[in-house]
Ligand binder design. Sequence first.
Ligand code: KE4
Length: 427
Amino acid sequence: MSDPKSVALLSRAERVIPGGVNSPVRAFRSVGGKPVFVSRAEGAYLYGADGAKYTDYVGSWGPMILGHAHPAIVEAIVSAAKNGTSYGAPTEGEIRFAEKVIELYPSIEMMRAVSSGTEACMAAIRVARGFTGREAVVKFEGCYHGHADFLLVKAGSGALTFGVPDSAGVPAATAKATITLAYNDLGALDELFAARGKEIAAVIVEPVVGNMGVVPPKPGFLEKIISLCKEHGAVSIFDEVMTGCRVARGGMQERAGLRPDLTCLGKIVGGGMPLAAYGGRREIMEKIAPLGPVYQAGTLSGNPVAVSAALAMLERLDASVYAKLEDLGARLERGLASALEKHRVEGCVQRVGSMITLFFTKGPVHAFGDAVQSDAKRFGRWHGEMLSRGQYWPPSQYEAAFIGAAHTEADIDATIAAADEAIAKSA
Ligand code: KE4
């Protein structure tokens, strides 16, 4: 239950902003609660409107891998802002940002900065369509790639043929060009490419899913996407907006030793500011205006203040950060799993590095069909019990929680103790 001040702020917000929030998941509706309005954040902690302290496992949905208000990042923002906040003209900082991204992601030979993950995914698909001259795009159920029309699509009746809108306002004609398959279904990929390989412009995938809860790829799944795309002249796109610099400095493609044709980045790569990017093979990226016929633009793309934050972030993501995140992640995973076992509650914990989900279903969760077996109402009660114990967990069963380098073992142990009580109380 959130505090009285937040409740009052919510009713004021609801008069002027849809649902009182600027992004739906923040409204806490899928956990049946009311959101905490945050007044400030520092390190691993958020502070509510009433001053209450929470250990934060949302981390702004991923970006805060070094913790909130990191002094070096704040300093980079302040000093950059003193030189002006936006020029709409090229800067040396944008070159340094691009060079750094290319250093971390060998599959990226050329990249373009944009302002959100949605823009990165939208543009990557547009350039894949422009490069191949084809229209059909393949995505996977339970994966989220931002809110571009052609990505808010679910499998139609003829799953291997046409998609249908997954949101009001998306034209049926737009949805038809998107094919949605089940995640980790290697057979369905083979079948689709055998039937329609020459029509497919791109396959876009979360290389570790965060948007149905954490779901890792099965062995061979990512490799199959890349090889089928190569065989049929389609473009493989890793949407690493969440996994990029999260599961490794070079994202899931570093962990898996893979090279997709295009990569979308956001969240951490932008230092927690409105900065994202897409990039990949030079011959594809040279199709982008002003070089080529694929148009993409943005007033604040490569913004100098955001770029300064990003560079301050990226230069601090060294091996010791990922070693610490792996240790804390494993500790939390063990603690949550043993709490489920102790209370004999049907659930499973799935984790890759420092992104983790506690599912209230037996599991394992390999695809959306498994994820939706979860007891989301139980998760909602558990979430409320956690919140009342000062634990700020993502307000949806179908999201990833994030650990940052500012979390301590003591934070993790307190979270485990709270989770244990919350499991018992949420029966
Ligand atoms: P943005 O447009 O929200 O910056 O990025 C879209 C996006 C693209 N790809 C992946 C894999 C993503 O996870 C996201 C955005 N993630 C959600 C959380 N699941 C952002 C939180 C929100 O929508 O408020």
